[in-house]
Design a protein. Structure first.
Lengths: 354, 492
């Protein structure tokens, strides 16, 4: 079965990738009559308290949670379109999720909670954002040479000035493997094409390290293997920076991308009703407050009363919110994506056969 | 006399209410017609609006689609003999103005095949493709109706030439929302106008009928016996009604006046003989108390009283007969009846009386049967009056008129009755007046003055014809023509 899946994925995608490694995790009463399967591209650490709170509220629902890479999740939903396993799919790759909705893989859901959600945080009542977080750079203060960069220009300068120290010590997403990595790169290119070109060139000439997942990059930054991680998800970075004094999270001053995490209910989902209930819970005050107070995620409706709360984004410069609308389809245009990845590979001197 | 309704009795309140409920309502019909007409017009208007709003929404959103298509088109180029496309973000930002609409697109070249977009999208337009000409059309895709813009263009550079086809579509949610919004607003306005129009009709119908109610009230509030013309201001439309009512009341007034005159005269008729009767009776009493009176004188006085009583009795009978005739004329339908019966009867009744007055009454009739449409009693009364009249005027004066002839003859279409006397005759100037009620040619002759008037009434009621002719050498002839009763005519 798994080989078939891999074959299908390969056929569908332009590049090979690993099938998810994470085993499904169960929450709630083992005897609960109903099961809600959630596929999510989200670290369990950030999500576990929320899932536990949910099953505590709804003892008759058992949640099975599967951590899936954003790109895998996209192909999984297409592959399972006839008989979806998961009733709720959560991803930070907004573009892939939006494309799924555009191409008709999601079903409509409407409730008081989704109605209260501002229009720019949902699309067609099929795609709902419940968290918005900054895209950051994470540096290892001890390993970083010289002054900490506060924007991309100063990062470029540091790289040029400390060529040896920086070589092989910058980490970022492999945009071929990570959906969200591609999204962030394409948004960088859109926001500041020239800066992105220089950055890519500098990354290429200094053997940037590519990763599939945020926490791997963070691990390596923490261990000092890397001095800087570029384009990391703010929620994971801030969690680790809070606990680890060596780490510092930087919101680039030139512009800070803002990324939403969004959820959809696949068409034909086995338990769409409980998926809706869970979605309502994600958007409820209780879950939103949990995200903020326990430092799990950046809530979509932050409680502004807490001054200096690190989970209320206060970017030093302009924010480039990645809009949840049809424009995201452009980044995923077949020709554009092919060209973008080829350019990326060329810049980073990686062959596509790698 | 005037006509009365046959079942003239006061309707009870309940019956009146029932009649009112049964009567068709003018106002209801008016409003119903208004509702129908306005309903049809509103229906048509709403239908038009539906069409129009669809077109309007397509027009507006097609502009977005065209703009996005042209932006994409601008980014198509030939690089190293291959079609290269870089879809601009702004093209989709344009499309994102239709918030919730899904976007589908496909770029292909006829030489190179699929380039980007949705590969399974049908890129054949419904109309024959023309280069550089944008086509818009609706087509089902991905389970939804999608509005597509289609463009084909040739790209040339010195080495190669390709034809590129771009199809860009978006679902119709925003269009539907817009047309619904337009329609809804317009329908609201149409419904509002229709309601206003109906209200105006309702108010208008009330106002139109208002003058009628005013006339009605003015009539209801009248004091009894008030027959003066209505003096209320009414609009032109009800002016004629008012005038008609006023004319009717004027006629009623005339009739009432006649009745008053008749009553007064009748009283007068009765008072004179009563007064003379009283005088005679007093005279007789005085004669009795005065012993000087002779039995002859007493006898004479009593004779006078009896005569006067007879005269009075005759007058009362006449008045009664007239009342009866009048009543019969109003209430009895005319029936086929023999004309000869009542004539013979009245001749028989009058023969003796006439003879007392020295007049010989003869009936000259050789018909065996004469059927007319009429009332036997009335005809008899008519004959009686005519004969009485003839006898009375025959025995008058110094002449030797001792004969009154009643003649009945047959003509093709009518029977002619003639009552001929040889009295003094009636002067021509009086002939036209003898039928007037209470007109009396000579006051020295006993008579009520109502006899001939009654004759005229009866004649008119039978649609007969009466003429007064002179008898040769002198005297008067009353000639009455009754139409024959035709069996076949009636049964047809």
């Amino acid at each position: 079965m798994r080989s078939v899946v891999v074959f299908l994925f390969s056929a569908l995608s332009m590049m090979p990738f690993k099938v998810w490694a994470a085993e499904p995790v169960w929450f709630g009463n083992a005897n609960a009559p109903r099961v809600l399967a959630i596929d999510s591209a989200m670290d369990l650490a950030s999500f576990e308290p929320i899932l536990k709170a949910f099953v505590a509220l709804h003892p008759d629902v058992r949640v099975v949670y599967r951590d899936v890479n954003t790109l895998e999740l996209y192909y999984l939903i297409i592959q399972e379109q006839k008989h979806p396993v998961a009733s709720l799919a959560i991803s930070s790759a907004m573009d892939l999720h939006l494309k799924l909705v555009n191409d008709g893989y999601a079903q409509t859901y409407q409730s008081d909670f989704t109605d209260n959600l501002p229009d720019n945080f949902k699309w067609r009542n099929q795609l709902f954002a419940f968290s918005i977080e900054p895209i950051v750079m994470l540096v290892n203060k001890e390993a970083f040479p010289g002054e900490l960069p506060d924007d991309r220009q100063s990062l470029l300068q540091t790289i040029r000035q400390n060529e040896k120290t920086m070589t092989k010590r910058i980490g970022t997403y492999d945009i071929r493997e990570s959906g969200v990595g591609y999204l962030l790169a394409s948004q960088d290119a859109r926001q500041a094409d020239v800066t992105w070109g220089r950055l890519l060139e500098a990354f290429g000439s200094h053997d940037v390290q590519t990763y599939c997942c945020t926490h791997d990059i963070i691990d390596d930054v923490a261990s000092g293997k890397l001095v800087l991680g570029y384009n990391l998800l703010g929620s994971y970075a801030s969690q680790r920076a809070r606990d680890d004094s060596r780490l510092k999270m930087i919101l680039p001053k030139d512009y800070t991308l803002m990324l939403m995490r969004a959820a959809l209910i696949p068409k034909g989902a086995p338990n769409a009703a409980d998926a809706g209930v869970f979605l309502d819970f994600l958007l409820s005050d209780q879950a939103q407050k949990m995200m903020q107070n326990q430092g799990l995620l950046f809530p979509i409706r932050p409680d502004m009363n807490n001054a200096n709360d690190p989970y209320v984004v206060s970017a030093p410069g302009p924010t480039g919110v990645i809009e949840l609308d049809q424009q995201l389809l452009v980044g995923r245009d077949y020709a554009k994506q092919k060209r973008f990845i080829r350019n990326w590979e060329m810049a980073l001197e990686i062959s596509s056969e790698d | 006399m005037w006509q009365k309704s046959l079942d003239h009795q006061n309707l009870s309140e309940e019956e009146e209410k029932r009649a009112l409920a049964k009567a068709p309502s003018l106002r209801f019909r008016f409003i119903l017609a208004g509702v129908l007409v306005i309903g049809i017009i509103a229906g048509l208007a709403i239908n038009l609006i539906f069409d129009y709003s669809q077109k309007l929404a397509d027009l507006s959103y097609d502009r977005l689609l065209r703009s996005a298509l042209l932006q994409i088109d601008e980014n198509v180029s030939l690089i190293r003999n291959e079609v290269s496309i870089d879809i601009p973000w702004s093209a989709f930002a344009t499309l994102a103005q239709a918030d919730e609409d899904r976007v589908f697109y496909k770029v292909e070249s006829l030489e190179q095949g699929f380039i980007t977009g949705y590969q399974d999208l049908n890129s054949t337009p419904p109309k024959p493709p023309v280069l550089d000409q944008i086509q818009f059309y609706n087509q089902e895709y991905s389970g939804e109706l999608v509005r597509f813009a289609w463009l084909e263009r040739s790209l040339t550079d010195p080495e190669t030439s390709q034809t590129v086809r771009i199809v860009l579509g978006q679902t119709r949610l925003s269009r539907e929302a817009m047309s619904t919004a337009v329609t809804q607003r317009a329908v609201e306005v149409v419904v509002f106008i229709a309601l206003v129009a109906l209200t105006l009709i309702a108010i208008g119908s009330h106002l139109v009928l208002q003058p009628l109610h005013r006339i009605e009230r003015a009539l209801e509030e009248r004091a009894m016996g008030d027959l003066t013309p209505l003096d209320i201001n009414t609009p032109k439309e009800t002016h004629h009604l008012k005038v008609a009512i006023n004319h009717f009341m004027a006629r009623l007034q005339t009739n009432l006046e006649q009745l008053e005159n008749y009553t007064a005269d009748a009283a007068h008729q009765l008072r004179t003989p009563l007064a003379s009767l009283k005088a005679l009776a007093e005279n007789a009493r005085d004669n009795t108390s005065a012993d000087s009176s002779s039995p002859q004188a007493q006898q004479q006085a009593l004779e006078n009283i009896v005569k006067q009583c007879d005269a009075l009795s005759q007058t009362v009978t006449l008045l009664l007969n007239q009342a009866v005739v009048s009543h019969r004329l109003q209430t009895h339908r005319l029936e086929p009846t023999s004309l000869l019966e009542p004539i013979r009867a009245s001749c028989r009744a009058q023969a003796v009386t006439a003879l007392h007055q020295g007049v010989q009454l003869s009936l000259d009739c050789d018909l065996s049967d004469a059927v007319v449409l009429g009332d036997s009693f009335s005809i008899q009364q008519m004959m009686q009056n005519l004969i009485e009249n003839a006898v009375r005027y025959s025995s008058l004066g110094m002449n030797n008129a001792t004969e009154v002839i009643v003649q009945v003859s047959e003509f093709e279409r009518f029977y002619r009755i003639r009552v001929i006397d040889y009295g003094n005759g009636i002067p021509d100037i009086e002939k036209s007046r003898v039928f007037e009620r209470f007109y009396r040619g000579r006051y020295d002759i006993a008579g009520s003055g109502v006899g001939l008037a009654m004759v005229k009434d009866i004649v008119d009621h039978h649609s007969a014809r009466i003429e007064i002719l002179d008898t040769y050498p002198k005297g008067t002839t009353f000639q009455v023509d009754f139409a024959k009763f035709m069996f076949d005519e009636d049964t047809v």
